[in-house]
Design a binder for this molecule. Sequence first.
Ligand SMILES: Cc1cc2nc3c(=O)[nH]c(=O)nc-3n(C[C@H](O)[C@H](O)[C@H](O)COP(=O)(O)OP(=O)(O)OC[C@H]3O[C@@H](n4cnc5c(N)ncnc54)[C@H](O)[C@@H]3O)c2cc1C
Length: 382
Amino acid sequence: MTDILVLGGGYTGIAAAIRVAVRTRRIGGTVTLVNASARFTERLRLHQTAAGEKLADHSLKDLLAGTGIRFVQGRVAGLDVGRREARLDDGRVLGYDKLIYALGTVTDASVPGVAEHAHVYDDYAGTKQFAERLAALDGGTAVVAGGGLTGIESATELAEAHPDLHVVLVTRGRPGAMMGEKARAYLDAALERLGVEVRAGVDVAKVLPDAVELAGGELIHSDATLWTTGTSGLPVAAESGLTVDKRGRIVVDSALRSVSHPDVYAVGDAAAVTQPFGVMHGTCQGGIPTGLHAADSLAATLRGKTPKPFRFGYIHQPVSLGRKDGVIQFTRPDDSPRRWFLTGRAAVVYKETVSSSPIPTFKLLKRGLAPVWMFALTAGLA
Ligand SMILES: Cc1cc2nc3c(=O)[nH]c(=O)nc-3n(C[C@H](O)[C@H](O)[C@H](O)COP(=O)(O)OP(=O)(O)OC[C@H]3O[C@@H](n4cnc5c(N)ncnc54)[C@H](O)[C@@H]3O)c2cc1C
């Protein structure tokens, strides 16, 4: 009998919990999933929430129905990896034999003023507050900091949803620097069409209540600032003594076990997973496969078998440009751009298919199956 505790009910925690429940059904024991909210947060749609869109409400209990997984709503405040216990902020303590850590990341707020004055995508409630603030503005200016995919999706979504709002995208490099030249040209044209002012090649030194201050002292007025420049692991991992990388993510071996505490598996954004091309960056595309693999590794270990090494290769960088446009850059397994990309209506349909795929994936996993695209991602092409 083994008690398995899954921390985090995002994309990867749910996938891991369902898979491990199915794979250990005959072994016996319990699977418990802990999450701060009772509602499943579709993180990859938070820019839609920021723009004021009402999304479907998925309760975690419903998503886990029929699996035998116990759901506990609570916020994890500490981990004792020696005693194998997780402590919640209300004092409850949950013991485990094996742990799957899937708590994701939080926004890196190391730039002065971010914690006090910027909005971030750390949870649904905070994003909703940002949406309400924008809705209350009469015109005004919103600054989006960060020219990665999250910043681009946010700037375009806000500009489209609020035509009176002046949106400024502030970024150190070029927006979409990771994409191929042609896809990037399409992206630049879309930003211009939507009226987004791009300030590329600049560093934000400070966020103020009504402005962002660039290195060099220039002030850009901002009625609402969104910070999307980077994330790091929750302090709970490092504080527990688990080995973490410099971004606070749990360092794992090829079976996705913590290199310091093999009873702990780490998945998704919270894990530092090394592949031949380097350490994976946080995406749902890569996160769900890690959740499934950790579950398989854990089940294999309980059966006395040797877990297989995790293999992963990227296939795309899917970017929405508001609700009516998008650009999908297809990639090599190491995430470098291929020649092929999609734009316009085809990209919108593709992106929506990607964004809505986790819910049917959870349903398939409950039946012991996995979607076909999962095999493409984990075929060992990397
Ligand atoms: C706007 C936006 C667009 C994106 N678009 C894409 C995309 O198109 N494609 C793609 O592949 N990726 C995309 N991503 C990235 C993707 O959303 C993440 O990689 C993915 O959510 C990681 O899943 P996860 O399960 O590791 O973490 P999360 O989804 O963040 O889940 C973590 C869970 O842990 C819970 N939690 C956190 N702290 C605690 C605590 N202390 N106690 C209890 N529970 C806690 C949270 O409530 C949450 O449910 C996007 C991200 C953003 C913000």
